[in-house]
Write a protein that binds this ligand. Structure first.
Ligand code: MG
Ligand code: MG
Length: 283
């Protein structure tokens, strides 16, 4: 996926980007509601596409060269970029859904992980470990967003995410692997722009966090090693050791009065509260 230079967005542009963010959120809400045993990932893809189109937007995943779907659906040991198809979801599966919408010139990008409800086809221990994996991944996303709210430089986000994951690993005596070959990104007129947004500590400080910086933060975490492989379909990234994986993502804007989580319906208010961070809506 190509990366272009990034521009800082004005408040007016961020308000426009919020529309794309809310449409992305609505599509994921509808997909989440439809996740149940027996549904295929291709049916979920159609639900996401309809949700986006009926709101006057279009899928930005379909603008990615060689990709023809609206979501990525990554099940169990698949981490990201799973192609929707005939796979039938079963109760207890851990499935990550990644989705994005483009409205006008502006983009949203967000991902959730869901444990398929119903009478589980896996044992209670596996089910609990999958829920923990999703909770830790989602938790690390919000730690990263909260860090962005206070950061001087962008790469403080990755340090905060890594610290949290290491701490959770010790707390639960459970191995977690943070992917290092796939990272978050700037977002705006393209879904993928500079700068990269790491989910781990790096030596560089990264760009200054200034009003107009818009990024997609997206931790991808496994319940084992962080080594990955790409399946024969050329897209699906799965764990090399067969461990389960989770992916959570939000599009976040920094502006002159604070931060605003553009792909969260409440702008991030509820999840940021424990960090003492209050997101600020521009409209
Ligand atoms: Mg995404
Ligand atoms: Mg992304």
């Amino acid at each position: 996926m190509s990366r272009h230079g990034f521009e800082l967005k004005s408040n007016e542009q961020i308000v426009l980007m919020r529309e794309a963010g809310l449409i992305t959120a609505a599509a994921l809400r509808e997909v989440r509601k439809a996740i149940r045993p027996g549904v295929t990932t291709l049916e979920l893809d159609a639900i996401a596409e309809a949700a986006i189109v009926k709101r006057g937007a279009h899928s930005n995943f379909q603008l990615v060269d060689g990709y023809f779907h609206t979501i990525c659906a990554s099940v169990n040991d698949e981490i990201v970029h799973g192609i929707p198809g005939g796979r039938i979801l079963q109760a207890g599966d851990i499935v990550s859904i990644d989705c994005g919408a483009e409205k006008g010139e502006w983009n949203g990008d967000s991902a959730i992980t869901v444990i398929v409800p119903g009478e589980p086809t896996v044992d209670a221990g596996t089910l609990a470990r999958r829920q923990l994996l999703s909770d830790v991944t989602e938790g690390s996303l919000w730690v990263g967003i909260a860090a962005l709210a206070k950061a001087e430089h962008l790469h403080e986000v990755g340090s905060a995410i890594e610290d949290y994951v290491v701490e959770q690993s010790k707390l639960h005596n459970q191995r977690f692997g943070i992917l290092d070959q796939y990272v978050g990104h700037g977002i705006g007129r393209s879904m993928h722009e500079d700068p990269p947004v790491y989910n781990f500590a790096v030596r560089e400080l990264g760009p200054k966090v200034v009003p107009g910086l818009c990024v997609a933060i997206e931790p991808m975490i496994t319940a084992g090693s962080n080594k990955t492989k790409v399946l024969k379909d050329g897209w699906t990234v799965s764990t090399k050791d067969g461990s389960d994986a989770s992916h959570w993502e939000h599009t976040v804007a920094v502006h002159d009065r604070g931060i605003w989580v553009l792909t969260a319906e409440d702008g991030g208010a509820e999840k940021l509260k424990p960090f003492g961070v209050t997101p600020v809506a521009l409209a």
